[in-house]
Design a protein around this ligand. Structure first.
Ligand code: NDP
Ligand code: MG
Length: 378
């Protein structure tokens, strides 16, 4: 029996992870977290009877008793000790944005296995988190579909002979618009993703191409490949999930339907290919596969991400946190897409330094979040 911890259980990835646990007798949900969705937490407890449920919003935590059935309810102050001491064989981190950083840190510091959906933690603290994993024998299992695809294409190759990684991007909600047309669009339109159903923040990031930029950074840290050897291609069908080009010019790709349960299943099984009963990809029905370069002028986010990755230090954290705040305001229709794109530039005007530990990272996040909010407030 494999014990699974699930952070962000009420979200899009969380819900799909629960579906994998439901299908696999070998997995047992040991603990989970939600932020404030108490109703969902109760339903999860009723169905999976985990030992512990963590409610990360203090207010929501206080609205629930100390126990629900035989499940112990704990609050945000217990998160660190839960991740350090409660044994789970794998913890899947699917919390929203920067709220997932401390969790990734504590899991890896404790030498645990981290199934990582929360790309923002690795983006913001890539060097520190990967060093921490090496020092403490922690393991990162990719969940993001592109990274899972690359991981699958690297199977048995020990990272040798790689010429480049190619991440595919669906192009998001605005892929068929010109830059001028795109800049007039609201968050409501940005949320209409053509291929994937996901949480709000990542859906906006897909429309701005920021998601792909964050994924370039994520790929760099997961696979230790220099930024110059990581490319992005628009592939509107989301059938080829990503590719590896080897030194002999061969390309290996991973293909499948657009369903996050496949990469979640692969991560939780730690690369063992076990049966999974999902619809199969019908290539004849898919017909043509289409690929095109990204218009870097239309989507400046990609250049920002490469630049932040090259500069290193606190730059990726700044860019990622500023983006998170700007997306919040864009979602509330208090900021335009044009303002979002130009606002990201601030990441390169801030004081540069090399964060040393979690405290440095959290202080810098808090500082830039506050500053960006002050600028955004109507
Ligand atoms: P959702 O918005 O659907 O879910 C977010 C989860 O995080 C919810 O359980 C939510 O709890 C919880 N949460 C929200 N705020 C906080 C907070 N301040 N502290 C702790 N927990 C919080 O997001 P997704 O599932 O779409 O994405 C989760 C992560 O996975 C992101 O990092 C995303 O980039 C990544 N990812 C997602 C993919 C997808 O297909 N959705 C694909 C690849 C990566 P509550 O519901 O109670 O508010
Ligand atoms: Mg992805």
């Amino acid at each position: 029996m494999k014990k699974i911890g699930l952070l962000g259980a009420s979200g899009s990835i969380g819900t799909q992870t629960l579906d994998i646990l439901r299908r696999e007798e070998d997995f047992k949900l040991s603990f989970f977290s939600v932020h404030q969705n108490i109703e969902k937490a109760k339903r999860i407890i009723d169905e999976f009877s985990p030992k512990i449920a963590l409610i990360t919003s203090m207010e929501a935590y206080h609205s629930l008793g100390k126990f629900y059935g035989s499940t112990k309810i704990i609050g945000p102050n217990d998160l660190e000790s839960l991740l350090r001491y409660e044994e789970a064989d794998i913890v899947l981190n699917a919390m929203m944005g920067m709220s997932g950083l401390s969790s990734s840190w504590w899991i890896l510091e404790g030498g645990g296995k981290l199934a990582l959906a929360n790309k923002e933690s690795l983006v913001s603290a890539g060097k520190l988190l990967t060093d921490l994993a090496t020092e403490n024998r922690g393991v990162i299992l990719p969940v993001d579909s592109e990274h899972s695809a690359i991981w699958q294409c690297l199977e048995g190759k020990n990272n040798r002979g790689i010429e480049k990684l190619i991440l595919t991007a669906s192009g998001g909600a605005f892929r068929d618009l010109t830059k001028t047309e795109m800049l007039t669009k609201s968050s409501k339109e940005a949320l209409k993703h053509p291929n994937w159903s996901m949480g709000q923040k990542i859906t906006i990031d897909s429309a701005t191409m920021m998601n792909k930029g964050l994924e370039v950074m994520e790929a760099h840290w997961l696979f230790k490949i220099p930024p110059k050897q990581i490319d992005v291609l628009i592939h509107r069908q989301s059938i080829v999930h990503s590719l590896v080009q080897y030194d002999d010019g061969s390309l290996l790709a991973q293909l499948g339907i657009s369903d996050m349960r496949q990469p979640i299943h692969y991560a939780l099984n730690e690369k063992s290919r076990l049966p999974l009963d999902l619809p199969r990809l019908d290539l004849a029905q898919a017909g043509l596969l289409h690929f095109e370069d990204v218009d870097r002028d239309k989507y400046p986010t990609l250049d920002y991400c490469y630049k932040a990755l090259e500069e290193g230090g606190n730059r990726p954290l700044l860019l990622n946190t500023i983006n998170e705040v700007l997306v919040e305001y864009f979602l509330k229709d208090e900021l335009s897409l044009k303002e979002l794109f130009s606002g990201l530039n601030q990441a390169f005007d801030e004081r540069f330094f090399e964060p040393r530990d979690l405290q440095d990272l959290l202080e810098e996040e808090k500082r830039i979040r506050f500053k960006t909010e002050e600028i955004c407030k109507p």
